[in-house]
Design a protein around this ligand. Structure first.
Ligand code: PHE
Length: 453
């Protein structure tokens, strides 16, 4: 199905509703689901954290994704231009915050994705199957202690991102998504199935789903809320930008609900793949950012056909990361193209290079700069990740929720929301959630963390 509708500004459109869903799901599903969700779940004690995370997705995440997409589609602009066009004044800062968040997140995202590219290369060479499984986790420490190879893979990943973004909306962003996402889903399903049937399977399920509410302290709540934003690509205008390429017939609530469901499912599946290994081999659930890299390869090293499965898995992980990183870069590029009238190619190349440089301290943060602690005992990479996910994204999300619930003309919101085959009762439900529930929840979690209760 191809729609070719005139838009207010001449810019690309997704070629179909499926293309829009796949691209948005591609943005949402990434390292956040497979690298970050399991490790923060491990650090915050499992079940209660997971359930609160799902609660945040439903009450804040989905309404906010709808809000971003309708603002994008209505204005057909980058985040800064969108707020300028709709209201102007201080609200434009919300768009700016998004562009800055795009810079910051992409800078370290490329480093972690670089680890995945390195693991793809290692899997392809059969490294995991040649090792005794007890030695597999050491491979990760070796990588972290090698600054040059981290910089190298970070550069490789940034280059891939830049090449796709130069290609533009349809040819670049969309085509790739449609093929790889379903394969990723399948392989995760297989890994989770293997996990559930392993000796640690039952304990993993208990860990992930039976809540011990005493573990849900204020930092855990903020982490879960922040991760809902990070995982769904919210609070910084990525979904706003993708919405700006959506055609007029698509039902935005349907897209947002589908994408959020897929994203949550992938996170849970990767938890179900990783934690059985943790418990079967007596590893530490709170091992931190290396968790996925230390656990799954142990499984690959033991299973028949491990080299092939490992290669396929890391290929897909790199791919999932790419479909997210392109959406991060796209926010920045859309801003320079729309607001500063730069060409797409120039904007992509220049910003890609600058963001790479900003990411260098993150790449060095585990070795050369390992004694530089920014927030608490956290190194540079973990600190910038914490700043973005726990503060900048929820703040951006809070502003977008307040804007769309209290400031934006409700006629516009209602009109956009009900386009396509959207059930009419969705509008009042969305309006209630975005106007009251989402801002209050974000504010409560912030105040809770600040020690007010
Ligand atoms: N959602 C992506 C992930 O889970 C990361 C991301 C955050 C992408 C914000 C775009 C915007 O990996």
């Amino acid at each position: 199905m191809t729609h070719s509708h005139p838009t207010k500004v001449k810019r690309g459109l997704w070629s179909s509703r499926l293309g829009f869903i796949m691209a948005s799901a591609g943005s949402a599903i990434g390292l956040g689901n497979i690298w970050k969700f399991p490790y923060i779940t491990g650090m915050h004690g499992g079940g209660a954290f997971v359930l609160f995370f799902i609660f945040c997705i439903v009450t804040v995440g989905i309404p906010l994704m709808i809000a971003e997409m309708i603002i994008g589609r209505h204005t057909r602009k980058d985040p800064v231009g969108a707020f300028k066009g709709l209201h102007g004044g201080a609200w434009v800062l919300t768009g700016w915050l998004g562009v800055i968040a795009g810079f910051m997140i992409l800078s370290y995202y490329c480093v972690v994705a670089g680890w995945a590219v390195d693991y793809l290369w290692l899997s392809f060479r059969g490294t995991f199957t040649q090792q005794h499984s007890g030695q597999v986790p050491e491979i990760f420490s070796n990588l972290l202690s090698n600054d040059l190879s981290q910089l190298f893979w970070q550069a490789v990943f940034m280059l891939m991102t830049v090449i796709i973004v130069i290609g533009g909306v349809k040819s670049g962003l969309e085509r790739a998504n449609k093929i790889m996402m379903p394969i990723l889903f399948l392989i995760l399903l297989v890994l989770a199935g293997l996990g559930l049937n392993s000796p640690g399977g039952a304990q993993a399920v208990r860990f992930l789903f039976s809540p011990d509410w005493s573990k849900l302290d204020p930092p855990a709540m903020l982490e879960a809320l922040g991760h809902a934003f990070f995982s769904l690509s919210l609070g910084m205008g990525a979904m706003l930008t993708y919405g700006s390429y959506a055609d007029e017939e698509t039902s935005i609530p349907k897209v947002a609900i589908t994408v959020s469901l897929m994203d949550t499912l992938v996170a849970l599946l990767s938890g179900l793949a990783i934690f059985p290994i943790v418990f079967t081999y007596g590893m530490e659930p709170a091992a931190g950012p290396g968790l996925v890299f230390k656990t799954l390869p142990v499984l690959f090293s033991r299973m028949p056909g491990g080299t092939i499965i490992a290669t396929l898995f890391f290929l897909l992980l790199v791919f999932a990361a790419l479909t997210s990183s392109i959406s991060l870069l796209e926010v920045v590029v859309a801003y320079y193209c729309d607001e500063n009238r730069w060409g797409r190619k120039k904007a992509t190349l220049v910003m890609g290079a600058i963001i790479f440089l900003i990411g260098v301290p993150s790449a060095l943060s585990n070795n050369m700069l390992k004694d530089v602690h920014i927030i608490g005992a956290r190194n540079f990479l973990d600190s910038i990740d914490l700043a973005c996910t726990n503060y900048i994204l929820p703040l951006g999300g809070l502003l977008i929720a307040l804007f769309s619930g209290w400031v934006m003309t409700q006629g516009i919101a209602k009109g956009e929301l009900l386009k396509g085959d959207t059930n009419a009762y969705i509008y009042p439900a969305w309006h209630f959630l975005i106007k009251y529930v989402a801002p209050v929840l974000v504010a409560l979690v912030f105040l809770n963390k600040a020690g007010f209760f």
